[in-house]
Design a protein around this ligand. Sequence first.
Ligand code: ADP
Length: 502
Amino acid sequence: LPLAMALETKTKSVVSELEYTDDNVNIGVKEFLRQLNEGLETSGTSMSQIPTYVTAVPNGTEKGLYLAVDLGGTNLRVCSVRLNGDNTFNLTYSKAPVPKSLMVADTAKELFAFIAEHIKAFIKEHHYDHYESHIRRRETMSTPEGYRDEHIFRLGFTFSFPVQQVGINKGYLIRWTKGFDIADAVGKDVCALLQVEIDALRLPVKVAALVNDTVGTLMARSYTSPGKAGALLGGIFGTGTNGAYIEKLDKIKKPLEGDYDKTTGEMVLNTEWGSFDNQLNVLPNTSYDIQLDKESVNPGIQMFEKRVSGMFLGEILRLILVDILQDKSVALFRDENSNQNDWKSTTTIGTESGIFKKWGLDSSIMSVAALDSTPDLGTLRQELESQLEVYSPSLEDAQAFKAIADAVGRRAARLSAVAIGAVVLQSGNLTDAAIDSNEPIDIGVDGSLVEHYPNFRTMIHEALKAIDGIGEKGAERIRIGIAKDGSGVGAALIALVAASME
Ligand code: ADP
């Protein structure tokens, strides 16, 4: 079967194009460190290294009831968090997909009103006593100011887009990412935009803290597993990717404008590593990466994110599949009994399949591919039928799909190791004689990709071992743990810090 042979050859060549070797990892780490340090010197660099004015991580004894809202990208989450003060918490939450129409609009009002409505519904459902005694009364008043604020919920607003933060609850949107595009909101204080809509509904809620999800993840990891040193890094691998870590104040050379506690000698920085290497000095750049970037809403930026995060992995895979489908000499998703030359009429893919639509292939099917290691790839083939309208996919079809999907996922994990490894080296924790050489270096992560993609963390660890200055021994000390609901708990913790400063 020459066509099937051709598919195997083509698959191998794509897989090798996607290979990201140990050497590549090391070159990546060096450049990451260079750009990380550049961001400490001045603003306007590729990685923004945004100061958060959070100068310490929690130790697990914090207490109280807080609200948290998380606008991550794909979903809006509203939750309440009860911190019990013993490293544990109780979390109640609701989740709703963000309508596409609100992500790309002329004004931001609809998006923030949507969030406020969800906060109201949440309080009504889960804190009815609070709703009855306060919200009802407040709703009947002519102005929100007339109401005594002693029962006001403090809310931590996790807003995971690049923001120029100028205080603990004030920050101006720098730019949208992850497919959002609402020009009207750029340059505005996102906390104020939300507070206006909350007040319009007369809710007894104060937006107390602006939280980046990475910072929340770092805080949550520190609260739930306080080692001697707390966690070093919080990383997100979901719709997008980003990380926040603790940096020594004396290394931050650019001016810090807001007020902050100087006694700890440290500050959490939001790296915005999604835009690591926008200049493409070291990032892999296949024809598929180039095409994806060209057709995105923000060409030339978030170049690291476009190779790593959930929003983009499916699309890279889709572009590769479309490229192969257009090659007449290769039999992918074809009706073998048909002799026509036009691939569109011989293909076994339904016309409504996501394979033909931009963003039509969700990264989650890559998890199905990675999980299925049976000889006949039955689960994957079923999923190709149900999710992507590929009718009766052959074993060869599924094998090609799996090999390419695995290669895209593996490259993403190894690129993630570049970011994590570089931050570990930057901290000096591996070489610092003052730190017990057995002490774990704790890293909290969150996001569907790192949580659900099989072996994502194992592949990261493999690559960490190959990094000069880390090696097998260093990698053993690096503990990467899921900070489940990290952004919710983290937001509550930062709202608590903010409330204590009011
Ligand atoms: P957000 O980052 O918006 O808060 P998530 O962490 O849930 O939300 O990430 C959603 C992203 O993760 C989407 O891009 C989705 O395609 C991707 N995703 C969801 N489930 C999986 C999975 N099982 N494997 C790989 N990617 C996934």
